[in-house]
Design a protein around this ligand. Structure first.
Ligand code: FAD
Length: 409
């Protein structure tokens, strides 16, 4: 038999790489298999380490700190101290402030590319065997291990593992092969992202504005810059991408108004079609699906990677505890222990994000009134606000070692 790993992680995107970082100093024999390139620090990266900008919640900052990643990016991250949620053209506004839950920030803003590079740098230390340009095409489940069939630059290879962690992204082929029940829902919306500069300071505020065509967000960056996530119907994407910078800025100004003065500059624009992917049962024989492969969310609430990182924190906890107890890492008992912790979190966050999209992308007059009242209630009812903020910051999640700051050396 080919050499046997304890854990093989399929996919070196942000979630798979985070799990590898969590296990890098453990006694486990771990491999990370990535279909794309992997050449630290500045060469070609996996395609998902792109220019999208991530709002990392407070729990993610703590997990990344425990992983030894945060110290590499803290100077590049911008804190979110306030969040303002509004409904375009209607009454009601909710304002959330970090002081209200005694935190230095509600979250931090960082480019996915910068986080990817920091993860790669982190993985230069430790014992994870990283293999790039290798695609897992199929697998066979044996009683004691899984046999992975792979293609590495055209040549067939076999890799065996006690347990396989599938982090191959939203279009996961392997999730399909496992036969896990998956629901897919196209939102009929596309997110256009770009960095923009403004006349006035954002004061470390994230603006979330709901419009009839889809939500619109501005996340604070250094100086007077912001990261824009503008959700539009698919049939208007091409036209928006082809506008001159001047025309695009004018369209943006009409949508957002003059609260922060004039929009003065816009960087490169990128488009992402949006959909919801849910896998209610994320474990199968000797395998677990995590990250975007298990749940792909609308970016409206900026929760996709945050949730994926909590998958990582819970799973690494379970695997390390099982190893210490001498348990088989791929056993039903071990994988069910992970599912019991993480599936409720996944269901809650996916449900909450989807409800926001459905409620705020709907222009029925009664509903408009209700959501105005909802925003007012959120703004004025302290217990409701506290609950919502704890949910958004990820602090009511399972208290994994990484979330609680227990560092594996
Ligand atoms: C516009 C936008 C804004 C967002 N904003 C936020 C935000 O503010 N906050 C937040 O928390 N989240 C946000 N997200 C979500 C976040 O980007 C994703 O949740 C995260 O990047 C998912 O990472 P992943 O590792 O699960 O998947 P991916 O990044 O898709 O990585 C999968 C990896 O698996 C590899 N792979 C695929 N198949 C195979 C195979 N067969 N064999 C080997 N390797 C394979 C791929 O090459 C890839 O590198 C946003 C998303 C979008 C689109």
């Amino acid at each position: 038999m080919n050499s046997l790993y304890d854990v093989v992680i399929i996919g070196g995107g942000l979630v798979g790489a985070s799990l590898a970082a969590a296990l890098r100093h453990s006694p486990l024999k771990v491999a990370l298999l990535e279909a794309g390139h992997w050449s630290p620090p500045d060469a070609i990266l996996p395609s998902s380490y792109d220019e999208r900008v991530l709002a990392l919640n407070y729990a993610s900052q703590r997990i990344l700190h425990s992983l030894g990643v945060w110290e590499k990016v803290s100077q590049l991250a911008t804190p979110i101290k306030h969040i303002q949620v509004s409904d375009q053209g209607h009454f009601g506004k909710a304002r959330l402030h970090c002081e209200e839950i005694q935190l230095p920030a509600l979250g931090y803003v960082l480019a996915a590319r910068q986080l990817g590079q920091a993860l790669q740098q982190t993985l230069q230390q430790g014992k994870v065997g990283i293999q790039a340009k290798i695609t897992v095409t199929d697998f066979k489940q044996h009683p004691d291990f899984i046999e992975l069939q792979c293609l590495q630059q055209g040549a067939p290879r076999v890799v065996n593992s006690r347990v396989v962690i599938i982090a191959d992204g939203s279009d996961s082929q392997l999730r399909e092969k496992l036969g896990l029940l998956t629901t897919l829902q196209d939102y009929g919306q596309t997110a256009i992202i770009a960095n923009v500069s403004l006349e006035k300071s954002h004061q470390y505020t994230a603006f979330e504005r709901f419009t009839a065509k889809g939500p619109f967000a501005l996340l604070p960056l250094a100086n007077k810059d912001c990261s824009l996530v503008w959700t539009v119907p698919p049939d208007s994407v091409q036209a928006k991408l082809e506008l001159s910078n001047r025309e695009f800025l004018a369209a943006l100004q009409r949508e957002f108004g003059w609260k922060l003065g004039a929009f003065t500059q816009v960087g490169a624009r990128h488009a992402y079609p949006l959909r919801l992917v849910r896998t209610p049962q994320s474990v199968s024989t000797r395998s677990v699906v995590i990250g975007n492969a298990a749940h792909t969310l609308h970016p409206i609430a900026g929760q996709g990677f945050n949730l994926g990182l909590r998958d990582v924190a819970s799973l690494s906890d379970i695997l390390l505890t099982a190893h210490q107890a001498g348990q088989d890492l791929g056993s039903v008992a071990v994988l069910n222990a992970y599912a019991a912790i993480q599936q409720p979190d996944q269901a809650r966050v996916a449900g909450m994000t989807d409800s926001l999209v459905q409620i705020f992308s709907n222009n029925l007059p009664g509903l408009r009134h209700l959501r105005g009242l909802g925003l007012l209630a959120l703004d004025h009812c302290a217990p409701l606000k506290q609950h919502f903020m704890r949910q958004m910051t990820g602090l009511n999640a399972y208290p994994s070692r990484l979330l609680c700051g227990v560092v594996e050396k």
